[in-house]
Design a protein around this ligand. Structure first.
Ligand SMILES: [Fe+2]
Ligand SMILES: [Fe+2]
Length: 230
């Protein structure tokens, strides 16, 4: 008995790569989800988590984009009121979490991780922060200068600062597009600063790195779009 038998059947199935019947994903999306799940599993093993928690981390990797290829108008119709104004490409997380809850999944940590995997949330625990980073850093993303690879390599020993760099890059991208920031995204950033997470709040290295990234000439608009990172 390793505890996995106590997981919701839908979570257990997702940990094994089997998606719910209501999933809406094409082949390339499916491949992305599989890579995210692989990263999540390797990070869970770095942390020496129990088998049941490792399964939850893998499942989150597979489930975060389970509705990513659904029509935004359809998603908006079933979005929780707080999210109804989100741009189309960002709706899939909150709606997927709501759907999972409706199916009987009561794992609040996993549901928060799925709902906020693109936006970020100050109450995310390690699973949520890791999904937030894994979605952004998975090896299928464009990575001409190797920035993502370096962040992946730093994850086991410099986890907190990697979370900060990912959060900062997402915030800067949103600002550069002239889009509104969600309070939850700002709240996550403030929390990561307050916690130190591998460096002092005044440590300029994170901010310099992010500035360098967002102004890099080889960073295509598609690469910097939240849609490409969702
Ligand atoms: Fe996504
Ligand atoms: Fe994703």
């Amino acid at each position: 008995m390793d505890g996995t038998d106590e997981l919701h059947p839908l979570i257990l199935a997702a940990a094994r790569g089997k998606l719910p019947t209501w999933a809406s994903v094409g082949p390339s999306r499916r491949a992305h989800m599989s890579r995210v799940a692989g990263l999540m599993e390797s990070w869970a093993r770095d942390l020496d988590l129990a088998e049941s928690d490792t399964a939850r981390w893998r499942a989150a990797g597979f489930l975060h984009d389970v509705l990513r290829d659904a029509e935004p108008d359809r998603l908006r119709a079933s979005a929780p009121p707080d999210f109804a104004q989100l741009s189309g490409p960002l709706l899939h997380g909150p709606v997927a979490a709501e759907r999972l809850r409706g199916e009987g999944v009561a794992d609040d940590e996993l549901l928060l991780a799925v709902a906020y995997h693109t936006i970020g949330h100050p109450e995310m625990k390690l699973l949520g922060l890791s999904l937030f980073a894994a979605d952004f850093l998975e090896p299928g993303r464009p990575d001409e200068d190797g920035w993502r690879r370096v962040l992946r390599e730093r994850m086991p020993h410099d986890r907190g600062r990697v979370f900060r760099e990912v959060a900062a890059a997402r915030l800067v991208s949103t600002v550069e597009k002239g889009r509104m920031l969600r309070a939850e995204s700002v709240g996550l950033w403030n929390r990561l600063l307050a916690e130190g997470f591998g460096g002092s709040a005044a440590d300029p290295s994170v901010e310099e790195n992010v500035r360098g990234r967002t102004t890099a000439p080889n960073m295509s608009p598609a690469d910097s779009a939240p849609e490409a990172r969702s």
